[in-house]
Design a protein around this ligand. Structure first.
Ligand code: JHZ
Ligand code: ZN
Length: 409
C-alpha cells in the first residue's frame, strides 16, 4: 500500500531517495515463477512532524507473511542465546513475584523467545500470521495463534485469557504499517501495570553505518526512541526504558508501560538527546545518508567487478532479507556472485528475489572454498567468523560493506 501521508501522524510525506524496483525480500523463487515475480518501489521518507522514518510504499501483508515464510528465527545460535537472555530479563525483572503471569508475543516466529517462558511453565501465547513458522513453534509445545495482531485480536485474547502482564515483540513492530492500530491493541491487552517490550533495528545505527540493507518491504518503519515515544504517547503508553542491543547490526529495545505506571529510566532522555546530536530530526541527515548509500554501492560494485575481471570465485554468505536490497540496488548478478550459501532448507534450491542468484545449501560452500565470500549476513559476523576458520585458513577472504566496503581476512 502506498501512502502519501505519515502512517503515524498523517502529515504529508515524500520519498527522499529511491532504491528502485524491488521484489519481496523473502520471496525466494523457482525459475518458473520469475515471470510472475512481484515488484514495488522501495523508497523511504522521513516525517518531519513526528520523526518517523518509513516506506512510502509497502506490499500487502499477505504478500510477505504466509504459509511459506522463509525466515526462521532459530537459524542463529547467537540469536537463541540473545532471546534466552531477553526472556530471563523479563521473567526475573517485571514478571518476578507475580502470580501466574501471562505473556504474549507478537510475531513469535518459530518460538525462539517463547520457548524460554514455556520451559519455566509460564502462561504464554504467540501471535504469528506466517503459518509454517507458527507450526514450527507449536511443534515445540508453544501456544500460538495464527493471525495478524490488531485491536480486534487484542479484544479476543483478553476475553479468553485475561490481560497480559507482558507483551513482547522482536523484529516485528517495525513490520506493521498500522502502528496506531497495534498500539491501541497493546493498550487494550496490557494490564494497567504491565510492560510492553520490543526491539527492532535502530535508526541511529543504520544512519551511522550506512546499513541501508535494513530497508526492505517488511521494514515499513525504522524506529528511533524519539519516534517511538511520540507514536505511542497518543495511546497512553510511555517509553520507560531504551537499551541499545548489538543484534541485527544495532537494535534498540524499548520498554513501555501505561503512562505514570512505572518509573522512567534516565536512559530514555539520554538516548533522545543522543539522537538530536546525531541529527536524526534533520532532513539533511537523510540526504547525507542517500549519498552514503550511493558511495557504498559504487565501491561494492568496483570490488565485485575487479574480482570478476580477475577470474575470482565469489560466493554469497547468508541469503538474508537484507541481501535482496543490496543485490537489487547495486545490480549484483550471478556473474558476480555464483551462488548464496544458506542453512535454511526452504531457501535452498531457489533463486534470490530480483537478482535470481541461486541459493545453495551450506555444504556447497565447504565443498570448494571460493576466493571471496560476500558477507550478506554481516550482522552475524562474530558467529560466522568463529565458525569459518577453515575457509580463512584456506586463504578465503570476506567482502564486507557495512560500515565500509572492503576485503578482510
Ligand atoms: P538474518 C530477518 O532478516 C527477517 P534477515 C526479519 N524481517 C527481520 O526483521 C530481521 O530478521 C531482523 C543464514 N545463516 O538473521 C540464515 C547461515 O546460512 O541476518 C538466514 O537465512 N549461516 C524478520 O533475513 C540468514 O543467514 C549462519 O551461520 O536479514 C540470516 O538472516 C547464520 C548465522 C545464518 O536476517
Ligand atoms: Zn509523522
Amino acid at each position: 500500500m502506498k501512502s502519501d501521508t505519515c502512517r503515524v501522524c498523517g502529515t504529508p510525506i515524500s520519498k527522499f531517495m529511491t532504491f528502485g524496483r524491488m521484489p519481496i525480500a523473502n520471496g525466494f523463487l523457482m525459475a518458473e515463477e520469475i515471470k510472475d515475480e512481484y515488484f514495488f518501489e522501495l523508497a523511504p521518507a522521513f516525517c518531519e512532524s513526528c520523526n518517523m522514518f518509513q516506506l512510502v510504499e509497502q506490499p500487502e501483508p499477505e504478500k510477505m507473511f504466509h504459509g511459506h515464510y522463509a525466515f526462521y528465527s532459530s537459524t542463529s545460535r547467537y540469536m537463541q542465546a540473545h532471546f534466552a537472555h531477553f526472556a530471563a530479563s523479563v521473567m526475573d525483572g517485571p514478571l518476578a513475584g507475580r502470580t501466574d503471569p501471562f505473556v504474549v508475543e507478537l510475531g513469535s516466529n518459530d518460538g525462539i523467545m517463547l520457548q524460554n517462558f514455556h520451559q519455566r511453565g509460564m502462561r504464554h501465547l504467540g501471535v504469528e500470521p506466517s503459518v509454517n513458522v507458527a507450526e514450527a513453534a507449536r511443534a515445540k509445545g508453544i501456544n500460538t495463534v495464527g493471525a495478524f495482531f490488531g485491536r480486534d485480536l487484542a479484544g479476543k485474547i483478553t476475553a479468553e485469557h485475561g490481560q497480559a502482564d507482558a507483551i513482547l515483540a522482536a523484529n516485528v513492530m517495525c513490520h506493521i504499517p498500522d502502528l496506531n492500530g497495534v498500539a491501541e491493541g497493546v493498550a487494550r491487552l496490557l494490564k494497567p501495570d504491565g510492560v510492553f517490550i520490543f526491539e527492532d533495528p535502530y535508526l541511529g545505527d543504520m544512519i551511522a553505518k550506512t546499513s541501508y540493507d535494513q530497508i526492505y518491504d517488511e521494514h515499513v518503519f525504522i524506529f528511533s526512541v524519539t519516534s517511538v515515544a511520540r507514536a505511542f504517547a497518543s495511546h497512553g503508553l510511555e517509553v520507560i526504558d531504551a537499551e541499545p542491543q548489538i543484534t541485527h547490526g544495532g537494535s534498540m529495545r524499548y520498554t513501555l508501560s501505561p503512562k505514570g505506571a512505572r518509573p522512567v529510566s534516565e536512559r530514555v532522555a539520554a538516548q533522545v538527546a543522543k539522537e538530536h546530536e546525531q541529527g536524526l530530526q534533520k532532513p539533511q541527515t537523510y540526504l547525507g545518508f542517500k549519498r552514503n548509500c550511493e558511495t557504498s554501492r559504487e565501491k561494492l560494485m568496483a570490488v565485485l567487478e575487479t574480482a570478476r575481471k580477475d577470474g575470482k570465485r565469489v560466493v554469497g554468505y547468508g541469503a538474508t532479507s537484507k541481501s535482496t536490497t543490496v543485490t537489487c540496488y547495486c545490480g549484483i548478478t550471478p556473474t558476480h556472485v555464483q551462488f548464496i550459501s544458506d542453512t535454511t532448507p526452504i531457501k535452498q534450491g531457489k533463486l534470490s528475489p530480483g537478482a535470481h542468484i541461486p541459493v545453495k545449501p551450506y555444504s556447497e560452500f565447504t565443498r570448494a572454498w571460493p576466493d571471496y565470500a560476500l558477507l550478506f549476513a554481516w550482522n552475524h559476523a562474530a558467529e560466522i567468523r568463529e565458525k569459518e576458520t577453515a575457509f580463512a585458513a584456506a586463504g578465503g577472504r570476506w567482502i564486507v560493506y557495512v560500515p565500509e566496503v572492503g576485503i578482510v581476512a
